[in-house]
Design a protein around this ligand. Structure first.
Ligand code: OOG
Ligand code: MG
Length: 257
């Protein structure tokens, strides 16, 4: 049997992102399953590497109930981050470069030496050098931000841009820190790091396990976004966005007007 056209689907998704033009969902029409969707994601990454971008880390998606409920997909997923997606803390983004951008508060890890595949993470502080508050800007390439599980995996889990705030040494506990997402100084979302799989440290175990299924190994020096602690909020031109994570501080961005 001939499988789905992985390269062709990657091209359609890549062009949709490059031109900020929404497309219809592809999985049902093309028979794309989750494994083939991760192959599309790899092809999309290759397309970015071919134009000079560098892989700088991974992001987890749908590690909180709030996010699963918002998009109607209830499986933990992962995607790739490149250097071009990184916006400096306090930096400016152009909403016109995206289809329907949303922002969400996250926790970022700076990875240290990781165990061999199959080995458990012993001490979290051996595997993670530092932690930081972060904002992820997501932008589904599908019309109406509506997708199935294979669709969102193929679309690099809606990854578009991200901001990492100042790094701190790993605090004693990460499992119950208050999280706020502020838009123009007003609280838009309130949550806790407990929303991220009960403890964002678990997102790393899941990341190692789920990427291992596809032969991907996390690397020392990579960034790792553990997933949003709250639902995402639409990013409007001119908005000033701040994510606040208790003990870790803030990360911010501004959308050009
Ligand atoms: C999928 C990506 C989810 C998160 O932090 O849960 C994600 C989406 O919501 O479009 O990045
Ligand atoms: Mg996210």
């Amino acid at each position: 049997m001939i499988g789905p056209d992985v390269a062709g689907i990657a091209e359609r998704l890549g062009l949709a992102a490059d031109t900020a033009t929404a497309i219809g969902q592809l999985a049902a029409e093309t028979g794309l399953d989750v494994d083939a969707a991760y192959a599309v994601q790899t092809a999309l990454l290759q397309r970015r590497l071919d134009r000079g971008e560098r892989l700088v880390g991974l992001k987890m998606g749908l590690t909180s109930r709030a996010k699963m409920a918002q998009v109607g997909v209830d499986e933990v997923i992962w995607g790739r981050l490149t250097d071009v997606m990184r916006v400096p803390d306090g930096g400016i983004v152009d909403t016109g470069a995206y289809i329907h951008p949303r922002v969400e508060p996250e926790v970022a890890f700076l990875l240290d030496r990781l165990p061999e595949p199959g080995e458990p993470i012993g001490d979290f502080t051996d595997a993670v050098r530092a932690v930081a508050p972060a904002i992820e800007l997501i932008d589904s390439r599908y019309a109406d931000f509506t997708f199935s599980l294979p669709d969102v995996v193929a679309d690099n889990t809606s990854a578009a841009a991200f901001v990492v705030g100042p790094w701190s040494p790993v605090p004693d506990g990460l499992e119950n820190l208050g999280v706020l997402l502020e838009i123009d100084g007003r609280v838009a979302q309130v949550g806790s790091t407990a929303a991220i799989l009960g403890d964002p440290r678990r997102a790393l175990d899941e990341g190692i396990r789920l990427t291992g299924r596809h032969g991907v190994r996390l690397r020392e020096g990579w960034l790792f976004l553990a997933g949003a602690a709250t639902a995402a909020v639409p990013l409007r031109p001119g908005a000033h966005v701040r994510a606040v994570v208790e003990k870790l501080g803030t990360a911010s961005l501004r959308a050009a007007s």
